[in-house]
Write a protein that binds this ligand. Structure first.
Ligand code: SF4
Ligand code: SF4
Length: 293
């Protein structure tokens, strides 16, 4: 029989030292939050984000894990920190597959489905419900040890498990992220995703003058780390214990490197990295805009 203790020990045996549990229950808070937010870039419609059954029929609970990505040493670069090691979708799925095997051996009657930004469900929200952090004013989930420098993965399961307790906000009077945001996308009232630099670095359509100005305010060509970089919780965040995070990192790309690669060669060279999903052309455009061209 699966117990929270067994699950935590199984996760820990794989190197995942932080996991929590939540249950598939009506989620009015998330429904309200999604309705208030309206359409969001690269996200499915709100109704799909609430339906666990579309991912695993009969799902009753989720084992949610965080995958820290802070490097062991400071590092210059122009790629968002999360995208510098091997693509988190690949890394997290490998860990979740191993965890599912361990849990299935203990509860052969249960089914499991791994998600890590690969389903319509709101992974970070599941992590909040599983007690893995509080929501900061920068909209990130913040864990007391790892700050907001982690991705999330979960195993939905038909097993019946208890839920952990969500954390209350702990930002206090701090507003560093609001003041640092290059797109003025963050405010005490809410979030404007369409002026978020992270979105703009991945937008395929031509950028307007205002969008180009936002892109040029900070050095990254893929993503935007500003609201996390300035957060005090990240200044003291622990480095990732996962070996995949510390090796084979691509922290920066240059125009010369991109010019030397055909589109096909770029895809082949960087297919294991999350920044490659929008392709060479968009990254080359961002580099050119940052260079003032
Ligand atoms: S990622 Fe950048 S642009 Fe987006 S909210 Fe954070 S600081 Fe603002
Ligand atoms: S920078 Fe300050 S306000 Fe923003 S998320 Fe971090 S603690 Fe909260």
């Amino acid at each position: 029989m699966l117990t929270p203790l067994f699950i935590r020990q199984a996760a820990r045996s794989l190197g995942l030292d932080t996991c929590g549990l939540c249950r598939n229950e009506p989620d009015e808070a998330l429904a309200r939050r999604l309705a208030d937010a309206g359409p969001v870039p690269f996200a499915p419609p709100a109704a799909e984000r609430l339906s666990w059954d579309s991912v695993l029929p009969g799902a009753r609970a989720a084992v949610v894990c965080i995958f820290p990505y802070r490097p062991a040493a400071p590092e210059e670069g122009n790629i968002a920190l999360y995208a510098r090691p091997e693509d988190y979708h690949r890394v997290n799925r490998r860990y979740l597959g191993r965890l599912a095997d361990l849990l299935a051996a203990e509860a052969p009657e249960a089914s499991f489905a791994a998600i890590t930004d690969t389903s319509p469900l709101a992974d970070r929200w599941l992590a909040w419900r599983a007690g893995l952090g509080f929501f900061g004013k920068n909209r990130c989930l913040i864990h007391p040890v790892y700050g907001s420098l982690f991705t999330v993965g979960a195993l939905l399961t038909t097993a019946d498990l208890p839920a952990d307790t969500p954390m209350a906000p702990q930002c206090g009077r701090c507003r560093r992220c609001l003041d640092a945001c290059p797109g003025r996308a963050l405010s005490e009232k809410g979030f404007r995703p369409w002026t978020c630099k992270s979105y703009l670095t991945q937008k395929k359509e031509p950028l307007t003058e205002e969008e180009t100005a936002i892109l040029r305010r900070t050095p990254l060509i893929f993503g935007c780390d500003e609201c996390q970089r300035v957060c005090p919780w990240n200044e003291r965040a622990a480095p990732s214990p996962l070996p995949e995070i510390q090796t084979a990192r691509v922290a920066a790309l240059t125009a010369e490197e991109l010019d030397a690669l055909s589109v096909r060669a770029f895809d082949r060279t960087y297919r294991a990295y999350a920044f490659a999903w929008r392709g060479k052309k968009i990254l080359a455009r961002n580099l050119a805009l940052l260079a003032g061209r």
